[in-house]
Design a protein around this ligand. Structure first.
Ligand code: HEC
Length: 207
């Protein structure tokens, strides 16, 4: 046997090392795994219905099924009112109805104007807007104006959003019907300026 072959045979096998040597996992892979784990948890959370024995394809969550249940007309009306509010009014009055002192927007939650005995003044405020001094929940406003919604909203929209604000955040006033909006829209169609509270005060809250 040649000398260099001997050396080869005498060599001891390498020491076995633990399978997971931290230095062998690149940091980017750890990052990728963390992201994947996070994504899969979120996926499972949002589409958790896949694991509900009540939910079959093509539906993925119990919430979708609730949406499909037959609804009463009242639910539709309120749901519509909330949708109209969140889209058009909440940017100023906030989702919580609290208003926004920094932009001079009064609250609709806890407002005695919103909770009036009837909707005669409210319908007018919605259709043609409101400007000038006004007191809401004990505080003075008047620096900003409320925009008119006459062209943008039909009678159903106006009634639904007023019903929503009159019945939310602790307000407990009667609903408003589209049939109450129509005659006021017709009667005041020439009212092109926003209402002043001094004018509205002269109109009875309720017929
Ligand atoms: C651009 C901001 C803005 C938007 C959008 C807006 N408002 Fe107003 N709203 C105001 C301001 C400002 C006043 C107070 C006007 C004043 O000081 O004379 C007001 C007043 C009111 C009032 C009477 C006072 C009170 O707080 O009770 C009601 C009711 C009202 N808004 C409801 C609504 C509803 C419902 C919508 C959505 C359809 C809406 N507003 C959208 C700014 C806004």
């Amino acid at each position: 046997m040649k000398t260099d072959e001997k050396i080869f045979l005498n060599r001891e096998p390498a020491e076995p090392t633990a399978g997971l040597n931290s230095a062998a996992i690149p940091i980017w892979l750890t990052g990728l795994l963390a992201v994947l784990l996070y994504w899969s948890c979120t996926f499972t959370d949002t589409r958790g219905g896949r694991f509900s024995p009540l939910v079959y394809a093509p539906y993925t969550s119990t919430n979708q099924l609730v949406e499909l249940l037959p609804k009463s007309g009242d639910d539709d009306f309120l749901r519509h009112g909330k949708m109209v509010f969140n889209k058009n009014c909440a940017p100023c009055h906030q989702d919580s109805g609290s208003g926004n002192p920094s932009t001079f927007v009064p609250p609709v939650a806890g407002s005695e104007i919103v909770a009036a005995a009837g909707p005669n003044r409210l319908i007018r405020i919605l259709l043609d807007g409101l400007a000038g001094p006004i007191k809401v929940a004990g505080k003075d406003y008047g620096t900003a104006a409320m925009p008119p919604w006459r062209p943008a909203m039909n009678d159903y929209d106006v009634a639904a959003v007023l019903t929503y604000i009159r019945g939310s955040w602790g307000n407990k006033a009667t609903p408003v019907m589209p049939e109450q909006v129509a005659p006021i829209r017709e009667k005041d169609k020439a009212h092109s300026d926003p209402w002043q509270w001094s004018e509205l005060e002269k109109i009875p809250e309720k017929d």
